[in-house]
Structure formats: C-alpha cells, structure tokens
Design a protein around this ligand. Structure first.
Ligand SMILES: C[S@@+](CC[C@H](N)C(=O)[O-])C[C@H]1O[C@@H](n2cnc3c(N)ncnc32)[C@H](O)[C@@H]1O
Length: 296
C-alpha cells in the first residue's frame, strides 16, 4: 500500500484531485479572502523594498494579485500547471501554499520506532535516512505520537528561494509550529465547504497540515516573524475610530470601523495574526531593507 503522502498527493493534485475541481474560497478563508488590507500591506512592503513585481505562488483564484494590480504592481500568478520561471525577480509570496504540500506522516510504535503511515493511516515501514534525521532534529517523538515530516515543504520552498535574483525577496506565509510546542498527535486536517472534516484522501476535501516554521526558516536561511508583527510594522492597526467621528462624519466612521474589524481579523494572534512569515532576501542591502520593513 502507498504511504499517506502519496495518497494525499493524488487526492489534491491527481487528474481528478480536489484542487483540479475546487476553488479555495469555497472551502476555507485565507488572509487574501479576509480583506484587501492584506494585499495593500504587501504592496507597501514592495514599495519599501523598491520592487515593482510580485510572483504569487499557489495563487488560487488570484485574489491577492487583483489587489496588487490595483496598487500598480505587476503580478505573475503561479498555479498548478504553470511553469515556475528559472529566475525570480521582485517579491515572491506564497500564502498558505506549503501547508498543502503533501508530506510523510509518521507514528512512533510501542518500542519508540517511527514508522510511516500508509494511505489508511496504519503503520508501515520504519523511517530511515534523511526523514529520520529530520525527525531527530526537528520533531522527536515518543510511543503513540504522530508527526508530519517537514522535508517536503522545506524542499519545495528551497526550490523557490534558489531561483531568486539578487535583490529579490521571498516570503512564505502559513500556519505552523515550532519545535518547543509541536502538537504530539500532529495537525493533519480536512476542510470541506468551510467546515473541518476527516482528512479522507479521496479528493472530496482539502487536506492540510501545519508547517514546521523553524525547520523551514533554517532550510532557506530565512527569518521568521509573526503575521501580526509583520502587518503591524507595515502599518495595519485594528484600532477603532473615535466615537466622535460617528457624529461629524458618519460615513467615514463606518468605513474606518469596518476596516478596523478586517485588520483585527488579520492581526488576531489566535487566528491569522498567529501565522508565520518566513522571509529570505538575497543581498545585504535587501536584507537590511526587509529587516527594517518587517521586524519590530
Ligand atoms: C490553500 S490554497 C491558497 C490559495 C491562495 N494563495 C490564498 O491565499 O487564498 C493553496 C493553493 O496552492 C496551489 N498549489 C498547490 N501546489 C502547487 C504547485 N506546485 N504550484 C503552484 N500552485 C500550487 C493549489 O492549487 C491551491 O490553489
């Protein structure tokens, strides 16, 4: 029997896979669905980095690109059958792509030996080689624990980062965890029509697992910052407008109130604000600029 990873790959991206038939916004809500404030903040970041092009990897139905084009940026959307250019310039973003990159699941048996989980989630072969090394470094476990091996995500993102031209910046945005607080039973989840569901690898639902953000950052010489901190640095605030404005300029009051609500969702530390941004820049001056733009 194939491993769960192979079944997951087929279920999402095979000829009849979930992402061949479905639009992400019908099943879950990302930052780009939550508010155009997210794209506007990315546009301000591009401006601060003096970059006029954005590459959106795993663009879904292109909501981010629509906002960025309105802000005057040129945008290349990359989806499943698109060829990723050999060289990438500008600002490269992947919002909630890597959690959808299928990875091996493992479970430690009663002797403390990690074994791959098969398509039906029963244990199979013993984990060896690079995957075992990865587990020992990033996600050690005990009998009965389950983990998701982050190498597939690290390697997918390394493939992007190694294409960056001098001056380009890449940012992977995703939900994740760090070594000190890995969930002992993993994070594998399904989503269908806005609801969590069993992660059946039959093409009927999205299948996702959180990203090991510290491993990802180490794999690409990246810096990790929370979405809340990054967006706050980029000027987003969930502060409500003063009540007096409701008297003097009710329309503006309502607009600012609605914007504060949307910003609040993007910044919520227990929701989208708790996501990690792993950023990598290619030359010293760009590293300095990105660091100024994104670090508190
Ligand atoms: C969770 S959705 C995120 C969509 C969008 N970025 C957003 O924030 O709403 C992940 C997207 O990544 C796309 N994807 C998965 N693997 C990909 C690959 N190898 N190249 C390009 N896109 C990919 C899927 O088709 C899907 O549209």
């Amino acid at each position: 029997m194939t491993t769960f990873r192979d079944a997951w790959q087929e279920a999402l991206y095979g000829p009849d896979g979930f992402y061949r038939r479905q639009r992400p916004a019908m099943h879950f809500r990302t930052s780009v669905h939550a508010s155009s404030l997210f794209g506007q903040a990315i546009a301000r970041l591009a401006e601060q980095l003096d970059l006029s092009e954005v590459v959106d990897i795993g663009a879904g139905t292109g909501e981010l690109g629509k906002v960025l084009r309105t802000e005057g940026l040129s945008v290349l959307d990359i989806e499943l059958d698109d060829q990723l250019p050999d060289r990438l310039t500008g600002l490269v973003i992947a919002n909630e792509w890597l959690d959808n990159v299928p990875c091996e699941l493992v479970e430690w048996d009663e002797d403390g030996v990690p074994r791959y989980l098969l398509a039906d989630l029963t244990p199979g072969a013993v984990v060896t080689g690079n995957n075992l090394d990865w587990l020992q470094q990033w996600w050690p476990g005990e009998p009965g624990d389950r983990a998701e091996v982050g190498r597939a995500r690290d390697e997918s993102w390394q493939d992007v980062v190694r294409r960056l031209e001098p001056g380009a910046v890449a940012i992977a945005v995703d939900y994740g965890h760090l070594r000190a607080t890995r969930p002992p039973f993993g994070t594998l989840t399904g989503f269908r029509s806005g609801q969590e569901c069993a992660p059946e690898p039959d093409g009927s639902c999205d299948i996702t697992a959180h990203v090991a953000l510290d491993s990802l950052a180490a794999a690409v010489d990246g810096q990790l910052v929370s979405q809340r901190d990054a967006l706050t640095q980029l000027g987003l605030s969930g502060r409500r407008p003063p009540l007096e404005l409701a008297q003097t300029d009710p329309m503006r009051y309502l607009a600012e109130l609605s914007s504060a609500g949307e910003a609040g969702e993007l910044l919520d530390p227990s929701g989208l604000g708790g996501f990690g941004w792993v950023w990598t820049a290619t030359e010293a001056d760009t590293v300095r600029r990105a660091s100024r733009a994104l670090s508190a």
